[in-house]
Design a protein. Structure first.
Length: 253
């Protein structure tokens, strides 16, 4: 049965923003908080608690959505999980369907303050919700594709993308373009040549150390740093302050 403006009961609010910028500004959370509060008043729901997921991507799987699962666990029979928009639940059709299933098993239901779709269990209502969730996923995929294209264009122009500056380059005077660093470029060339000859990462690190080469931080080369230069060339520092050891046996190096 479709619920209407005479709905009464208890609501648990769930708010989510996906970026640190939104978290810092508070704009996304403030807007959602105001939206769910107004919806609760309109539907005569008592807002019992609010769960805030700050900086959580809607593409994450449920095992990485601990705050959302806490909100679902707080639901009791007859309760409502209140969100500002359905895409706050997530931007993956399958994951959102699982969330809704968990909510239903607790005898509760999901309501969007934006009024998207319906919480009816009839086929038309279910279809409407799935269509809305599909468009949310489609929007996420389009944004991701545009972001990848923009980053690839920056790399082709040798502009800094994000984070630290890739080994072999330095930031130009304009603060955007990357300029080759002769000594680091020579090191990269040595690494490529030795790797092409079949040398292990440890053997290459030993060769660099024998040549008197140092990492960007001024330390000795280790096989993990060389591995990063080969396997993750877009990453930045490859020095003692950055490196996270790569797991693997010596033969794999």
């Amino acid at each position: 049965m479709t619920k209407n403006s005479t709905t009464r009961g208890r609501a648990v609010a769930y708010l989510r923003v996906s970026t640190d910028k939104q978290v810092d500004s508070g704009l996304g959370l403030d807007a959602q908080r105001a939206s769910v509060k107004a919806a609760a008043q309109r539907l005569a729901l008592t807002l019992s608690s609010t769960f805030v997921d700050a900086g959580a991507s809607g593409s994450l799987s449920l095992e990485n959505r601990s705050v959302l699962m806490e909100a679902v666990s707080a639901l009791k029979r007859g309760d409502v999980l209140l969100v500002a928009k359905r895409d706050r639940l997530g931007r993956d059709v399958v994951e959102v369907a699982l969330i809704e299933r968990f909510v239903t098993k607790r005898g509760a239901r999901v309501i969007s303050a934006a009024g998207e779709g319906t919480d009816s269990d009839d086929p038309a209502g279910v279809l409407m919700r799935r269509l809305i969730d599909s468009f949310a996923e489609y929007e996420r995929l389009i944004i991701a594709a545009r972001t990848r294209a923009a980053l690839a264009a920056k790399r082709r122009r040798r502009e800094r993308v994000s984070g630290a500056i890739p080994y072999g380059y330095a930031l130009g005077r304009d603060g955007r373009a990357l300029e080759p660093v002769t000594e680091e470029q020579r090191t990269l060339q040595t690494v490529r040549e030795l790797r092409h000859r079949g040398r292990s990462f440890q053997a290459i690190a030993d060769a660099l150390n024998d040549q008197g080469s140092f990492t960007r931080a001024g330390g000795r080369w280790r096989w993990q740093y060389v591995c990063n230069l080969v396997q993750r060339p877009g990453r930045a520092a490859y020095d003692d302050t950055y490196d996270r050891p790569v797991v693997g046996d010596d033969a794999a190096r």
